[in-house]
Design a protein around this ligand. Structure first.
Ligand code: FE2
Length: 303
């Protein structure tokens, strides 16, 4: 498979089928995924995406996928948020450090992203193999949040890494994964078992529960010069994601990225990007995601 096809189809559409289904996992010892330190480099508002590194980013391409399940190692958790962040090829972290290499598109959240699990609990992302820093083995940082709000902070390491020895594996049980070399890059599987009771998961997948609906209401004024007020309504508790994109689809800014209770809300966009710089005049897309649906509206900035 050509890499381009791989990216276009997404990881879930290609290697997703190679993931061990939960029913097979249940035959082995079932224990919840070990936690690990958060470290100093987690930041708020990571964008929702499955490709964390642009195609120019230096380093070996890597594809990680897995399934997030409840404490029976079997029941998939849908709409869990898998927040991933890691060092670049030189061991440098965006947001907190001035990285001297890579990040050719000046993405303030380079090598960071939140992936939401599908109805089978699957998640997957593409990035580059994390570099070394401070004598630590290569690793991805993970913060997983289930729809009920349960959180697990952990890290994922790699068997091929010469810095991983027996002691490390013993102290980080289940967190060291094998990697397979393919023509598209390295491929690994990291399954996550949360300490979440199956009953808590079943409530959310109840087909008779209230569907998650929302509406993007008034945008005022539009076109705007200084700031635009955005009204929206959600009819249920859930994760709200509102972002601004330019007309080519390039991400500009995140306005909301958190769980919210049902109700009417309003937010203001001042025509700036994530680092607070004013963007150029033109048409932008406001995109709201909630409960698996997306709504977009055009907004016009006139200087
Ligand atoms: Fe780290």
């Amino acid at each position: 498979m050509k890499r381009r096809t791989f990216i276009k189809n997404g990881i879930l559409g290609t290697i997703g089928i190679a993931i061990i289904p939960g029913s097979i996992l249940s035959g082995r010892d079932c224990s919840t995924t070990h936690s690990d330190i958060l470290g100093p480099y987690w930041s708020h508002n990571h964008p929702r995406r499955t490709i964390l590194a642009n195609s120019e980013e230096p380093g070996t391409r890597i594809f990680i996928s897995g399934v997030v399940t409840a404490d029976d190692c079997e029941t998939p958790i849908q709409n869990a948020l898998v927040d991933v962040w890691h060092a670049n090829d030189n061991g440098c972290y965006s947001v907190f450090q001035e990285c001297q290499s890579g990040n050719s598109n000046n993405d303030p959240y380079n090598l960071r992203g939140i992936i939401s699990t599908d109805q089978n609990g699957y998640y997957g992302f593409e990035s580059i193999f994390p570099g070394y820093y401070a004598g630590r083995p290569r690793h991805f940082h993970y913060k997983i949040t289930s729809p009920s709000g349960l959180e697990l902070i952990t890290q994922c390491y790699f068997e091929v890494d010469p810095l991983i020895d027996e002691d490390w594996e013993q102290n980080h049980p289940g967190l060291v994964i094998p990697l397979e070399e393919t023509e598209n890059g390295l491929v690994g599987e990291f399954n996550i078992v949360l300490n979440e009771e199956v009953s808590a998961v079943s409530v959310d997948s109840n087909p008779f529960s209230l569907p998650k609906r929302f509406s993007l209401d008034t945008l005022y004024p539009n076109p705007f010069n200084n700031s635009i007020k955005i009204d929206f309504t959600i009819n249920n508790f859930g994760y709200v994601d509102i972002g601004i994109y330019d007309i080519t689809g390039k991400w500009v800014s995140n306005l909301v990225g958190k769980k919210m209770h049902r109700g009417k809300y309003n937010i203001v966009w001042k025509g700036d990007n994530m680092v607070g710089k004013t963007v150029a005049s033109g048409t932008y897309l406001l995109m709201m995601k909630f409960g698996g649906s997306i709504q977009t509206k055009k907004i016009k900035l006139i200087k």
